[in-house]
Design a protein around this ligand. Sequence first.
Ligand code: NAD
Length: 510
Amino acid sequence: MAVAVTRELRVVNPATLELVGTVAATDPAEVGSLVAAAAAAQAAWAETPVADRARVLLAVSREVLRRADEIADVVVAETGKPRVEAVTSELYPALDALTWLAAEAPRLLEPERVAYPQLHLKHKRATLLYEPIGVVAVISPWNFPFGIPFTQLAYAIAAGNAVVLKPSELTPLSGALAAELFVDAGAPVRVAQGDGAVGEALVRAPGVGKVLFTGSAEVGRLVAASAGERLVPVTLELGGKDPMLVLDDADLARAVDGALWSSFTNSGQVCSGVERIYVQGDLYEPFVEELARKARALDLGPLISEEQRDRVAALVDDAVAGGARVLAGARVPERPGWFYEPTVLVDVPPAARIERDETFGPVVTVARVVDEEAAVRAANENAYGLGASVWTKDGERAQRVARRLRAGTVWHNDHAYSYASSQATWGGRGESGFGRTHSKHGLYDLTAPKFVDSDSGRVPVPWWYPYDERAADAFRGALAPLYASGLLARIRAAWRERRALLALARRYRR
Ligand code: NAD
């Protein structure tokens, strides 16, 4: 006889190792009924006018503002991150998404009239509808445990979908809170708590119309393969190894401060965190010296878990064993919690694993490059392609370099911040995944566009049967009058093909 086991997720504060709370895990066998419940709720939500959905988002926004301190408390307790980052990196993206969607979604999702410029189709009318997909499965990581699932929920809900959210098993409380805020306002959201087995069950659950996965490339592959078996579309927001290109005319002080924040915020556990810095020419020495000096003085939050710290330390040790020089950190400080010192490495050998693998910790490598060309080449060498930044006082130069970088986002004299500005697309190339979240593209990614064509039924259709012996010549002859480039060329073609056009006109008179 099967014994029912209630599994529990134990949430530990990684800074103090104290127990924060426990959350009941969902039995993978129960995930299907959560999806069915979400699907049932979605039917009514899809019928809710977009303007009313926007009002629900604004109601959620008022609650987020009212409960901002409580949200920050939960995030800090689960991740140990500095409180200022819980506010800037979790609450700002959340509120920005709600505000932007409430203002823009009604316009973006409105049925769109599509014109027919083709002469032979001018009598037709069409409308493009942006219909909801149905149930969207949102699977989230732990690094921004409130901000990431929250913004993705907001977009999916705005588009008229229901959501089943599977937060990271390391940060289930923040995920549950994000979901609760939508549920309280009347939006169709359900939560499945648990580890990868629950995520897997969700991806496989009949009734899931789309999977929005944020996490590692390794798990992203599994998710895409599993969704692919049933032809369920996926958006993959995966890892990164963002390069920062410091060109020889960069403002040194700004570049150093920018590098410091972009590499070490959230203890480097940022998908678009700077992990590689390429400095051009003579700027290299003063840059690494200043960066290392300032890194040594930083006091960071912990990593999420012992396992994550071990991964980061192993990558650093491997680089050092291969000959890399440590300018700062590369040590586990003597204090409780999963801390690791902010680390700056130089002279990293090309064979070191850290040259390729995502570190996802407070570690940055710096290398000298001779010119812009070498910087671009080095930046594009990695398999990831999430973000990149160019640091120069020359705006045109920045634009030129930006176009040559293989990345989903390129920033000039800044890095990563645009996650908190909803009009900016978010997403990557290569191993960083595909599809986009945020912006109109992220919204449309969560819709099923439907082209609805309309014909009065009064105009005969010339391409229907019967095909007589002159039909092929008639249609052949009409190609150039319809599609030759330039009005004059079309008129000339019409005169040349007058016999064919006459034959075609007869087909309209049948
Ligand atoms: P992860 O891939 O280990 O887990 C992500 C989520 O997937 C978790 O909820 C986990 O429980 C679930 N999961 C695990 N196995 C699964 C399976 N077989 N099927 C379905 N779901 C499964 O990632 P993580 O350690 O939580 O997060 C860190 C990673 O996320 C890093 O690589 C980071 O770069 C990436 N990330 C990317 C973005 C982005 O926007 N591109 C944002 C944040 C984090």
